[in-house]
Design a protein around this ligand. Structure first.
Ligand code: ADP
Ligand code: MG
Length: 465
């Protein structure tokens, strides 16, 4: 067995790190490899720590072999690399720490960790892993999300429970999950002793149903009731599942009563959540409710700039403007578009230009062009039936305006991804049950009356062209 001094090992680790950075690039390094900490080198084994299971699996499958090769180049006696989860470990762990001290330090928040066993931790057991890219630093703030951002930041920074629950809502791909992970990272970094659990509502349900099956609901309850901060993402999925709702409600109440922080996200406001019991809805809305609005052109431009910088690529202003102008749906799609453009440029070894961007994204651009709005539908339908556009919103119930209005509601349901309450709001603040009724009515008429069916078909084709 060789016994190297801390300094030697540390210098080797520094070289391995910089090789990794060179080979995989700054962006990948920052996301995946930077969180790696050297724990110890012993008996030909290198032990490295990461903060989550997700990172461990990711790093082991994608970079494990390369890391082992680089280490054995540094020291021929090394024949294996172990990547383990060291929960409670801060992500901002400085790399330049003497190896043995680093090991003691990362293990500190854990009591009695056996030296070679992987520490198991409740947080890791029931929660889901956090994405290392989803931090406050990487979140671009603009008008549409500044309120949600400020609220998340406040919750992350205060030790006292400020608003309970914090309820974040907004359309898909607008940054809800990102903000929740950012809160979790921030708390874990600042205060590793606090237990923060993040999980999707689906996973919560799954766990609960499993506990029911194994008649282990006591343990299930205990797990959740001992956390400091509980985050449940996409809570709209709990709608309709009665027993899970019931359990969620109890868990929720007991955590609130104990002064624990809860953060919830959903795609709708508490009052619009369907299939949700009234008392749960009102409980969810009694803290701070913050919505994330659709992106604006400025925000999209800012996000492209930030992502390009993260990727370390030069995106010409014209291209950035073009993307911000064209990909308006959500941030996820915008990000995907940029990644495609960058990957293409790197593959063919050319600079990013407006021409190549249009070429690479032609399918996506077509889909975005064709996105239909409720306003367009209202306008077309009003023209078609020769009524005033204002009657789409008015309270008039005369058949000659009510029927076209129902047609427009029906088409809005078919051709857009808006929810029933959202559609109702666009039609003079009508209730979602009114929209539901309209959809049913039009479906009935369609199957009963072929002329009417053709009329609807015609409208649909006009709108889609
Ligand atoms: P949601 O949970 O609301 O569906 P996500 O949080 O998953 O959306 O965000 C989708 C993608 O867009 C993620 O990769 C996220 O990092 C990115 N994103 C969303 N909003 C922002 C923002 N304001 N700044 C930077 N990235 C963002
Ligand atoms: Mg999400």
């Amino acid at each position: 067995m060789t016994f190297l001094s801390d300094d030697v090992v540390q210098a080797q680790w520094t070289r391995v790190r910089s090789r990794l950075r060179d080979e995989y690039g700054e962006a990948a390094f920052k996301s995946w490899l930077n969180p790696l900490t050297l724990a110890e080198v012993r008996d030909g084994q290198v032990r490295m720590g990461v903060p989550t299971r997700f990172l461990r699996d990711w790093v082991a499958t994608h970079y494990g072999d390369r890391i082992r090769m680089l280490w054995s180049k540094e020291d021929a006696t090394i024949n294996g690399v172990d990547i383990v989860v060291l929960p409670g470990m801060s992500r901002a762990q400085p790399a330049a720490q003497p190896a043995r001290k680093a090991a003691a330090q990362v293990a500190a928040p854990q009591v009695d960790v056996p030296p070679h066993a992987e520490p198991s931790n409740v947080t890791d057991e029931i929660g889901a892993p956090l994405d290392p890219r989803y931090t406050f630093d990487n979140f671009v703030v603009g008008k549409p999300n500044e309120f949600a951002y400020a609220a998340a930041r406040r919750v992350a920074e205060s030790d006292l429970v400020s608003f309970n629950p914090l309820f974040l809502y907004g359309g898909v791909g607008l940054g809800k999950t990102h903000l929740m992970h950012a809160v979790a990272w921030h708390i874990r970094e600042r205060n590793p002793g606090r237990s923060v659990i993040y999980l999707s509502a689906e996973k919560f349900m799954y766990r609960f149903v499993r506990a029911l099956r194994f008649q282990d609901t006591m343990a299930f309850k205990e797990q959740f009731r001992s956390v400091d901060v509980l985050m449940i993402d996409d809570v709209q999925f709990i709608g309709g599942k009665d027993s899970t709702q019931e359990e969620f409600f109890h868990t929720f109440n007991s955590l609130v009563d104990q002064g624990r922080q809860i953060i919830i996200s959903a795609d709708k406001s508490p009052s619009d959540l369907q299939g949700m019991e009234e008392r749960l809805r009102s409980r969810l809305g009694c803290g701070l409710v913050a919505d994330i609005h659709a992106t604006t052109y400025e925000l999209r431009l800012g996000i492209i700039g930030a992502k390009a910088e993260q990727l370390g690529v030069d995106v010409p202003r014209k291209v950035a403007e073009f993307l911000a102008h064209k990909i308006t749906s959500n941030v996820r799609e915008l990000e995907g578009a940029l990644n495609r453009v960058v990957a293409h440029a790197q593959l063919v070894g050319r600079d990013i230009s407006l021409e190549t961007t249009q070429e690479v994204l032609h399918d996506l651009l077509r889909a975005n062009d064709r996105r239909i709005t409720i306003e367009e539908i209202q306008k077309k339908v009003a023209e078609h039936f020769n009524i005033r556009l204002a009657d789409m919103h008015s309270a008039r119930r005369a058949r000659q305006v009510a029927r076209p209005r129902q047609v427009a509601m029906y088409l809005a349901k078919q051709l857009t991804s808006r929810s029933l309450p959202e559609i109702g709001r666009k039609f003079g603040g009508r209730d979602h049950t009114t929209v539901m009724h309209a959809v049913k009515k039009i479906e009935e008429l369609r199957s009963a009356d072929s002329t009417f069916a053709e009329d609807i078909e015609l409208l649909r084709r006009m709108l889609e062209s």
